[in-house]
Design a protein around this ligand. Sequence first.
Ligand SMILES: Cc1ncc(COP(=O)(O)O)c(C=O)c1O
Length: 351
Amino acid sequence: MSKYWSSMVKRTEPYVPGEQVEQLDIVKLNTNENPYPPSPKVKDAISVEMERSLQLYPSPTADELRQTIGNIYGLTADEVFVGNGSDEVLAFSFMAFFEPGKVIRFPSVSYSFYPVYSKLFAITYEEVALNDDFTLRVGEYFQSEGGVILPNPNAPTSLYAKLDSIELIVKNNPDQVVIIDEAYIDFASESAVKLIQKYDNLLVIQTTSKSRSLAGLRVGYAMGNRSLIEALVRIKDSFNSYTLDRLALAGAKAAFEDEVYFKESTGKIIATREKTMGILKGLGFNVLPSQANFVFVTHATVAAETLYLQLKEEGILVRHFNKPFIENYLRITIGTEEQMARLVEKLKKLV
Ligand SMILES: Cc1ncc(COP(=O)(O)O)c(C=O)c1O
């Protein structure tokens, strides 16, 4: 702490991301990245862009990328906002739609960035408890004072809430914005995007970091009524006109255009997830019914922290959260078939 720090810096409690390692022999199952590379078309598009005009600023409005995303989801470009990873889009959304002094709500077990943004922007929040099976208490999000944010599927629980539950929450907050953070939706059933035409208070946020294998490129996006999108643009343009660089714009567009590759790689991850869930259950784990690219598990006899540390020693990184209610759980990202086989082989010795 320094006397030169602003009150904003003093009140922050920064988010701590999962460990990033450069060692190639580590099996990295701790930050929900995609184990497969992006579509080869991404690399081609980035190479072309590199040869073109890096001396010039990128498009501040990212029209082409917004149009490409809009085409996929049946929206117009002005119903789409793009930003530097969905974390940035989330941060802008807190600024654009949540008000200091008005209490927002999110689940008590949820994405750990929400309390961080709340503190940063001086927004008060209420953490809504989950049921014992980690499902949402839908009615407790109704008539919020300041708005609602929740991930669907939830992280780190991996559980998906059906669209009619999401719709009830949106419908019962008619004067507030409800943000659905769909970072993992492509591994689940239905997106809330289809509700956008019906509700002008719904903002859906997605990312290219998971299902499109572009965590390293940092491209996230929000979809909603054009007046919500306009609010996000106003925040962005008061902060940094060029949040996405030329390579990110070109690479993300190519990823969205390769629907075949996208379907194939998400399909592979879902198949590996289903197989892994079965094997882990056989090893005595309680496995939550995942609709994400990770599983959330607890073992009948061996403590999660012990397993986390022992796996780490064996060169396998998974995520353990030292937090109430979930301290005996591990979040394990779904990797390739080979990576999961290595995990299972080690677990068989440890449990
Ligand atoms: C629920 C949730 N939302 C958002 C993000 C951020 O994704 P990104 O900033 O890479 O788009 C993550 C990343 O793990 C996440 O788990």
